[in-house]
Ligand binder design. Structure first.
Ligand code: SME
Length: 162
């Protein structure tokens, strides 16, 4: 982190507050990506992908995001770090995207990435994806913060979706 960054730990309660002030999942996703991207300078691209049915198979569809436009607006589950995180249900941290053969490039500037599944009622419904221009940008505090953001959204879905 740089000196002007907030400590990721201080953003936990801000995320909880967003969940009480947003009246739709889309609004909450937009507020979460804005908060994270604005407060943490090493979070250069922040976005949600949500699972949707495409014919018989699931596909990750880009939702609210902050950062440069990406060509990857629909990602099958067998592609990318995003597909790997959604299909295994596990957080993936990649310190050097260029040495990971799964990586789907969005920006030549991206050096590292974290992808955290979002669960509702025990099932993966989407994921939070964050790219950094810094190598190995995501440590244990970032992981805890991103997993908290995903949990806040998951609980919102559980409260509001049937
Ligand atoms: N890098 C991702 C694709 C999405 S972009 O980072 C926004 C991947 O490898 O799945």
């Amino acid at each position: 982190m740089t000196a002007k960054d907030e400590n990721p730990r201080d953003l936990f309660s801000a995320l909880d507050t967003l969940a009480t002030s947003c009246d739709s999942a889309d609004a909450l996703m937009a507020a979460i990506v804005a908060l994270l991207q604005e407060k943490l300078t090493h979070y250069n691209w922040v976005g949600f992908y949500m699972l949707e049915k495409d014919g018989g198979s699931d596909v990750l569809v880009l939702g609210p995001f902050r950062g440069a436009a990406t060509p990857h607006t629909r990602i099958p589950l067998n592609q990318g770090i995003c597909g790997a995180a959604a299909s295994t249900g596990k957080t993936i941290v990649v310190d050097d995207v260029n040495s990971d053969p799964r990586y789907l490039a969005c920006s030549l500037e991206t050096k590292s990435e974290i992808v955290v599944p979002v669960r509702a009622h025990g099932k993966v419904v989407g994921e939070l994806d964050i790219d950094s221009h810094r190598a190995a940008a995501f440590g244990s505090e970032d992981r805890a913060l991103c997993e908290h953001a995903a949990a806040v959204l998951g609980r919102f879905f559980e409260r509001t979706a049937s």
